[in-house]
Design a binder for this molecule. Sequence first.
Ligand code: ADP
Ligand code: MG
Length: 382
Amino acid sequence: TKEKPPPVPKRGGKRMSFATERVRVAVRIRPLVAHEADQVPSVRCIDRGALEVTTPSAGGVSTIKKYDFDLCLGPSSTEDSVFEALGAKALLDRALRGIKATVFAYGATGSGKTHTILGHEREDFESLPVSPGTDLINDRDGLVARAVKYLYQTADSDLQIRASFFEVYCESIYDLLEPNATALPLREGQGGFFAPGLSELDCHSSDDVEAILREGRRSRRKASHKLNRDSSRSHALLVLRLSHGAARGRVTFVDLAGNERLKRSKDSDPRETGAINRSLQALGKVISILSRKEDQTEHVPYRDSTLTKLLMDSLGGDAATLMVACASPAAAHVDETLCTLGYARRARGIVNAPFATLVGADTNAERRQQERDRNEIERLRD
Ligand code: ADP
Ligand code: MG
């Protein structure tokens, strides 16, 4: 019963009612890219919070479906406008006050997840957008780089950030900041799940974090070339632990694997196909169950996969969560887009109860700090 949403944190044995909030869901429709020049767009943002998808059906009649979200960002959105419109600043302000914040990108391979979260890949020559509005030379930073700059600009001088960057691939964890890393297991401690041995680097400026980002992306590419690990089949997580005065916040960015159904081909590794499906299937299940508000007693299968263990506090837990569902506008991808929008719509029904972690402010916070210290000792012992 520990796994039921929303959690009701206790203070001094007395139940405290914490304000709850929904997971916010934004949809970003990327521009058509070079190889799609002949495609017709099938998705149209009709206002700030609504979009329309046109599906051709048999007999030449097309159907139009309308969807409502917290925010719809169209193909001409710049990276800067995305950062502003998502309300990232408000979320980061809360992280500086001790809240755990999670931003995750969901969508098919090629829908713009990595572009949105980690930023434009320098090596990516394929992506000259067809529609105007994007300036990939001057506007290539994704949410991570913008967030980190904002954190250092906004915080008082005593902000400390510790960063880890890793991949979840075939249910195992690979440290992207440790070259030649082998798979790390996931353990459960009092503060949630953690990977003993995962590196966590001290950062003193946004340059430090950006260096980590570059280094991690390089090892992600290397792993995909050398170890034949397809990066579109892996989930990348960048975790920033913040220490800001008495506040102990956390910001997690997740670039999920492509959610498209994998066709089992002769040469695809069945181990991989199964394992990838496991994490994303578990995520889908967790989202579906949490969004069905009527039955709060239903078991939430967080423990079915590595990914859902890691996202436990972000979905139905004590973090503030923002989902960015990414989609291509191309008619050729309309089925994938509908699938993504279906999940995104369900995710809007998830309720979280964020609370701030402060040290020294009250005995309960102290108790939590002691718990964390114990975890740290346990981690070091491991
Ligand atoms: P995913 O990570 O979902 O597989 P990517 O982020 O790699 O997708 O994007 C797929 C392609 O589309 C890349 O070539 C990327 O540079 C391009 N792209 C994605 N979003 C945008 C955008 N908003 N503007 C311009 N190009 C984009
Ligand atoms: Mg990607």
